[in-house]
Design a protein around this ligand. Structure first.
Ligand code: ARG
Length: 471
C-alpha cells in the first residue's frame, strides 16, 4: 500500500457477522456523529443511569457499576475540555462513547450496553435533550415578556393607530398592542409546559424493540433521570417521535408570533409609518445607499420562521407510513429538531434585545397619526346610540358625515357645532371631548379592551403571572 491510498476504515463495532468494512462514502453517509454529538451530555447521563440500574438489579456488580459511572464522568470532562472529538469512524455518539469507555475500562466498558439497544438509548438522549431545551425556551419567553411588560408600563397612555385590514380602525393604547404579544407568548409558554409531560417519558429499557431478557428495573433508571413515567409499550417507546413533532408545532407557533411582531416592527420603522426609530445597536446600513438603516433583526426572524415550519413538515413526512419499530429514517429527526431549537432560541434572544434596546417609539409621530384620521367615527355613532338613536341608524348618519367631511377636507374634530346639529339634534358640546383620541381609547373600558383602566389591570395581572411562572 502506498502513502496516497486511503487507509480502509477499521472494522465496525457491530457483530462479527461482517466480513469487511463499510465503503468510506457509505460510512460517511451512515454516520450521525457530525450532528448527534450535540446529545453527548445526555448520552453520558443516560448511560450512567443505565449502569446504576444494572448494578442495582445485580445484572453487573456494584463495583462494575461504579467504574462505568466514573468512566463516563471522565469522558464528560474530556469532552468539556475539548479532548473528546470522535470522528466519522465512530458512526454515532453512542458508539463513540462506548468505544472510549472500553479504552478506559477494558472489558468492564463492554458491559455498559447489556440490556440496552441504541434504539432506546437514542430515544432517551433525545428526550433528555429536549426537556432541557424546553426549560430554556420557557425561560426565554419569560425574559421576552418581562421586556414587553416594561415597555407596556411606559406606554399605557401612548396612543397608536389600531388597524383592521391594515386600514386605520380605532386608536389604541400602545401598551394594549404590546400586551397582545404577551398573551400570545403566554400560550406558547403554557403549550411547552403541557407537551413537556409527553417529552418526559422514559423509553430506556425498551431494548431494540421487544424489551430484554434481563431482569431490569425501568422505573429505577427513569427515576434517576427525572422522567415522570416509562413508555408502556416497547415498540412505541423506541419508535415514537410524537413528542418531537409536538415540540415543532409549539416552536412553529412561537415563530408565528415572533414573525408577526417582526412584520409590525418593520412596518413601524418605515418612512411611511414612522412609529419607531431603530437604534444603531440593532440595525445595519446599506453598502450603497448611505441614508439607509435596515431592520435586519426582525427581517431575519421573519425569514427564519420558514425554517422551523419546514422542519415540522419534514418530521411529519418522516413519520408518515413508517412501519414499527425503529427504522434508520429516525436518525433524520435530529437535525430538524436541533436546528429548530437553536433557531427559536436565537430568535427569542434577538427579539428580546430588539424590544429592550433596539427601538424607540416616536410619541409625537404617534400622536399625529391618531389625530389625523377618521378612526373616531365609531365613537360618533356610539355617542348617538348612547342618546337613544338606534345604532344602525347612527352608523349610517356618521357614514354620511365622513363622506362630506372627506370631500371638504376636514376631520371630525373640525366640524362646527352647527354642522353637528344639522346632522342630528342630539349632538351637544360634549361631542368634541367624546371624539378626542385619548377619550376614544379611555372609553373602551370593557373587559379586555384598550381603555387605560383595563390596560393597567392587564399589566398588573401579567406581571403577577410572570412572577409565578418564574418560580
Ligand atoms: N444514530 C442512530 C439514530 O440516530 C442511533 C440508533 C441506531 N440504531 C440502529 N438500529 N441502527 O437513530
Amino acid at each position: 500500500m502506498n502513502n496516497s491510498t486511503p487507509k480502509p476504515p477499521e472494522k465496525q463495532t457491530w457483530s462479527q457477522r461482517f466480513e469487511s468494512a463499510l465503503h468510506p462514502a457509505i460510512a460517511q453517509f451512515n454516520a450521525s456523529i457530525g450532528f448527534d454529538i450535540e446529545l453527548i451530555e445526555y448520552d453520558l447521563s443516560g448511560s450512567q443511569a443505565h449502569a446504576q440500574m444494572l448494578a442495582y438489579t445485580g445484572i453487573i456488580s456494584a463495583e462494575e457499576g461504579q467504574q462505568l459511572v466514573e468512566g463516563l464522568e471522565q469522558i464528560r470532562q474530556e469532552y468539556r475540555q475539548g479532548y473528546f472529538t470522535p470522528g466519522i469512524d465512530a458512526e454515532d455518539v453512542h458508539f463513540a462513547v462506548e468505544r472510549r469507555l472500553t479504552e478506559l475500562l477494558g472489558d468492564v466498558g463492554k458491559k455498559l450496553h447489556t440490556a440496552r439497544s441504541r434504539n432506546d438509548q437514542v430515544g432517551t438522549d433525545t428526550r433528555l435533550y429536549l426537556r432541557d431545551q424546553i426549560t430554556q425556551i420557557r425561560q426565554q419567553i419569560c425574559d421576552f415578556q418581562t421586556v414587553l411588560l416594561d415597555l407596556a408600563s411606559q406606554h399605557v397612555e401612548t396612543l397608536i393607530p389600531g388597524y383592521t385590514h391594515l386600514q386605520r380602525a380605532q386608536p389604541l393604547s400602545l401598551a394594549h398592542h404590546l400586551l397582545a404579544y404577551v398573551e400570545m407568548t403566554q400560550r406558547d409558554w403554557d403549550r411547552l409546559g403541557d407537551l413537556s409531560h409527553r417529552v418526559n417519558i422514559s423509553p430506556l429499557g425498551c431494548g431494540a424493540l421487544a424489551g430484554t431478557t434481563f431482569p431490569i428495573d425501568r422505573h429505577y433508571s427513569a427515576n434517576l433521570l427525572g422522567f415522570e413515567q416509562i413508555y408502556a409499550n416497547s415498540l412505541d417507546g423506541v419508535s415514537d417521535r410524537d413528542f418531537a413533532i409536538e415540540f415543532l408545532c409549539a416552536a412553529s407557533l412561537i415563530m408565528v408570533h415572533l414573525s408577526r411582531l417582526s412584520e409590525e416592527v418593520i412596518l413601524w420603522a418605515s418612512e411611511e409609518f414612522g412609529f419607531v426609530t431603530l437604534k444603531d445597536s440593532c440595525s445595519t446600513g446599506s453598502s450603497i445607499m448611505p441614508q439607509k438603516k435596515n431592520p435586519d433583526v426582525p427581517e431575519l426572524v421573519r425569514g427564519k420562521t420558514g425554517r422551523v415550519f419546514g422542519h415540522l413538515q419534514a418530521l411529519l413526512v418522516l413519520m408518515k407510513g413508517l412501519p414499527l419499530a425503529y427504522n434508520k429514517d429516525l436518525q433524520e429527526d435530529k437535525e430538524a429538531l436541533f436546528d429548530s431549537v437553536k433557531t427559536v432560541q436565537a430568535c427569542l434572544e434577538a427579539m428580546t434585545i430588539l424590544m429592550q434596546e433596539g427601538l424607540e417609539f416616536r410619541p409625537t409621530r404617534l400622536n399625529e397619526a391618531v389625530a389625523e384620521d377618521f378612526s373616531n367615527a365609531t365613537d360618533v355613532a356610539d355617542y348617538l346610540a348612547a342618546k337613544g338613536v338606534p345604532f344602525r341608524e347612527a352608523y349610517n348618519l356618521v357614514g354620511k358625515v365622513v363622506k362630506t367631511s372627506l370631500a371638504a377636507g376636514k376631520l371630525l374634530k373640525d366640524l362646527t357645532m352647527e354642522e353637528w346639529q344639522s346632522i342630528h339634534p342630539a349632538f351637544e358640546g360634549d361631542i368634541y371631548e367624546a371624539i378626542a383620541p385619548r377619550q376614544v381609547v379611555a372609553a373602551r373600558n370593557s373587559a379586555g379592551g384598550t381603555g387605560f383602566e383595563q390596560v393597567r389591570g392587564a399589566i398588573e395581572r401579567a406581571k403577577n403571572r410572570l412572577s409565578n411562572s418564574a418560580q
